[in-house]
Structure formats: C-alpha cells, structure tokens
Design a protein around this ligand. Structure first.
Ligand SMILES: Cc1cc2nc3c(=O)[nH]c(=O)nc-3n(C[C@H](O)[C@H](O)[C@H](O)COP(=O)(O)OP(=O)(O)OC[C@H]3O[C@@H](n4cnc5c(N)ncnc54)[C@H](O)[C@@H]3O)c2cc1C
Length: 390
C-alpha cells in the first residue's frame, strides 16, 4: 500500500476519509482492510480514543457471509439463543446473538491503522466536511476521493414526532456466579412506567453481567440515577450483588416518518446520522454493516452508482414499515399498554422475529405483524387522542 502524499490536504490524498470514529466508521475501515487492503484511509475522531463506551449486540443473521471475517475478531461473547419475558409469555428464541465492545473495536481499529496508507487521527474535531475534504478545528485538512460522515446519533434529525428509546446499563461483577447463561432481550414482567419498560440483560461471563433499565418513552429526558437504581434493583431481585464496573446510557430517537437520501452535497452520511439504523429497535449494527460492505466492495468513484440506489431504496422501504409501526406503537396504544404489542410480536415465528431485527422483513412478515387480532390495549380512542391520523 502506498503511503499518502506528504501533503495530506491534497485532493485525493486518501481514497476514503471517515469522519467520526464510532461503530459505522470502524466497520467501514475494517471492511476496507479486508476487501480492499490497498485503499488509503484516514479516520478522524474528536475524542482521545475511538469507539466510545458501548456494548453493541447483534443477531447472527445480521452478518452476511462476506462480512464474517470482518466481524469475527470483534466478538467478545456469543450465545446460541436468547429469552424474552412478558406477562403470560416466557420464550427462548433459537437465534444466535453476539456482542462486541468498545475495547474490541478500538483494538481492531488501532491494529488496522498501522499500515502506512492508513491514518488514525484522534483528539481531532472535524469542523467542516465536504465531498472531497475534512477540515479540523486545529486547521489541518485531509483530502479524499470519498468522504463518509458518521458523527453519530446526535446529528440525526428525525422528521416528524418520534418516540425515544432510553436506557441506563450497569455492568456488574457479581458474586456468586450467574444462575443463567442466555441473554434476556426483554424482561417486561416489571412495573410498566414512562411507556414500555423492560430490562435487557447480558451474561457476559460467569461473573459479569450487563443489566439495562430501558424505556420506549414519549420523552427523551433521562433520569440517570433512577434508571441506575432500577438496574441494581432488578439485579438484586434476581440474587445478583456486586460491584459496578462500567456504565452506559443512551437516548435514541424512534422515528415515525420516512428518511431522505443519506447524502449531502456529495458526502455520504453514514451510521446513525445517515439513518442507517432500525427505527423500532434503535439497533444500527446490521444496516451499518451493509453500508460498510457496500463502501468497501468498490472504488470510491463507484460508491454512488446503481448498487447504492438499490441499497438505499431497500433500506427506505424497510424503514417506512418500521416507522409506521412506531407510529402505531406510540399513538394507537396508551403508554402503559405498549408491552402488549411487544408481547404479541414475540409470539411470531422465529424467522419473522429474526428478519424484523435485521430490518429485512418480507411481505409475508409485514402482513403477519400488522394483520390478525390486535393486541390488548390498541384503541381507536387512543389513536384519535394521540393524533395517529393527523
Ligand atoms: C449505549 C448504547 C448502546 C447501544 N447498543 C446497541 C446495540 O447493542 N446494537 C446496535 O445495533 N446498536 C446499538 N446502539 C445504537 C447504535 O448502534 C449506536 O448508537 C452506534 O454507536 C451508532 O454508530 P455511529 O457510528 O453512527 O455513531 P457513534 O458510534 O456514536 O460514533 C460517532 C463518533 O463520532 C465522533 N464525533 C462526533 N462529532 C465529531 C466531530 N465533530 N469530529 C470528529 N468526531 C466526532 C464521536 O465522538 C463518536 O466517536 C447503542 C447505542 C448506545 C448509545
């Protein structure tokens, strides 16, 4: 691989400039290293380190064969199945689930940045981004044939009203060893407050567990201390006591309107900012990976070709359906009844659940989800009061 020219500001000094060093940029960089190792890449991150403070999970079906070797080194834990718990429903879903962490992503990004043609620039705030360059607050400039701007959820502006997924997760080092080995994606057998409330529980090892107190709420305000107490209370109620070793939190928009094209003046908008996430679950891993494979499988000049139009069209089609579901969830059901909708969904065939999480539903899945007896709590009155048809 050729090192970039001495003046990195020259147009085309790099093939790809990645703005933001989070999940999306990391997946693009790692996919490029595997699929086009000759590509010259610069990644710019505002913080002193890339990859933030996260545990990112995904379903095995989210990873196409072409991406397995990209993702495998990042994985820190895998499970063959997961559980969901609702009033009147306890189910184990045989769908492998896996987890990557900020540490594993950071390690792989740093290793991928060692070759001469790759440059990782941290502690560097991008202040302007255009189709061929990135300018930093300290005046440095990097020129590239393709610029991908993935500066995260804070830059995503949902169109129309939206619900919010908000959570605080505590990672605990527990004593004694965990009495369960499968993740619990939703334990909604808890007091329903501030919308749909559930606990998300990941047994990361025999003595390490992540417990998240999570809400599908009408409002983005997050009472960190209250949710942290909730996570500790769930742990204690399940006999788990121990030291908090890490904390994470999120407030993610759950939009109920469509999205535009993820480009701005020739810049490719990636990650959450570009709408590459699931409107109903807030997961972005499957679609961020699709975009990463797209970028890494062709030269910068070909990125915006017909294959991109097809990728975007399919993403928008899937998005429209999921955003409409959000509209139903947030407007046709009173907040304390939302859990009935989620319970009904988790009674569906496993394949439908799997494709829904991967944002790749079929027409049959969509009909199955929308048709049939409505779940308890769906009411025309609520729909009218909450402006479903406005
Ligand atoms: C706590 C948490 C847990 C989540 N868990 C999951 C999960 O399990 N599975 C899943 O699929 N999704 C999950 N999500 C949702 C989604 O995957 C993440 O939000 C994901 O990190 C989005 O990727 P991204 O690259 O768009 O943004 P980010 O990963 O947030 O990366 C954006 C990066 O840009 C940097 N940046 C911002 N502004 C500038 C600037 N001006 N100059 C330079 N750098 C800048 C930021 O510092 C950050 O590092 C989670 C979200 C949160 C908040």
């Amino acid at each position: 691989m050729e090192p970039p020219p001495a003046d990195p500001a020259q147009p085309n000094a790099f093939d790809v400039a990645l703005v933001g060093g989070g999940l999306q940029s990391a997946l693009i960089l790692l996919a490029l290293r595997r699929l086009r190792p000759e590509a010259r890449v610069v990644m710019v991150e505002r913080e002193p380190q890339v990859a933030g403070n996260h545990t990112w999970c995904f379903h095995a079906g989210d990873v196409p064969a072409a991406a397995r070797e990209v993702v495998a080194p990042l994985v820190v834990a895998r499970w063959p199945a997961y559980d969901v718990r609702f009033e009147g429903l306890e189910r184990t879903i045989d769908d492998p689930y896996a987890c990557i962490t900020s540490e594993s992503v950071r390690r792989e990004v740093e290793a991928a940045s060692r070759p001469p043609g790759v440059r990782l620039v941290t502690g560097a705030e991008a202040v302007s981004v255009d189709a061929t360059s990135v300018r930093l607050a300290d005046g440095r400039r990097f020129g590239a044939s393709l610029v991908v701007d993935s500066r995260g959820p804070g830059r995503f502006a949902p169109r129309g009203a939206a619900g919010w997924q908000k959570f605080v997760g505590l990672e605990l080092e527990v004593e004694p060893a965990l009495p369960f080995t499968r993740p619990v994606l939703m334990d909604a057998t808890v007091a329903q407050e501030d919308g749909y409330r559930f606990f998300y529980v990941l047994p990361l090892s025999q003595r390490r567990v992540l417990v998240e107190d999570t809400y599908f709420s009408d409002a983005p305000s997050l009472d960190r201390a209250r949710l942290a107490r909730g996570a500790l209370a769930w742990a204690a109620a399940h006999g788990l006591h121990g030291e908090v070793v890490r904390e994470e939190q999120g407030v993610l928009p759950l939009p109920e309107e469509g999205i535009g094209t993820p480009t701005r003046d020739g810049v490719l908008l990636g990650g959450y900012q570009g709408g590459w996430f699931h409107p109903t679950t807030g997961y972005s891993f499957p679609v961020a990976l699709r975009l990463a494979l797209h970028v890494a499988s062709r030269s910068p000049a070909e990125v915006f070709g017909p294959a991109f139009d097809r990728l975007v069209a399919e993403h928008r089609r899937q998005w429209r359906f999921a955003a409409w579901l959000n509209r139903l969830l947030f407007r046709a059901v009173q907040p304390h009844d939302r859990h009935h909708v989620l319970a009904r969904f988790h009674r569906m065939p496993e394949a439908t659940i799997r494709r829904f999480y991967a944002l790749s539903t079929t027409g049959t899945d969509r009909a199955r989800i929308l048709c049939g007896r409505p779940p308890r709590g769906v009411s025309l009155r609520a729909a009218l009061d909450r402006g479903l048809f406005a």
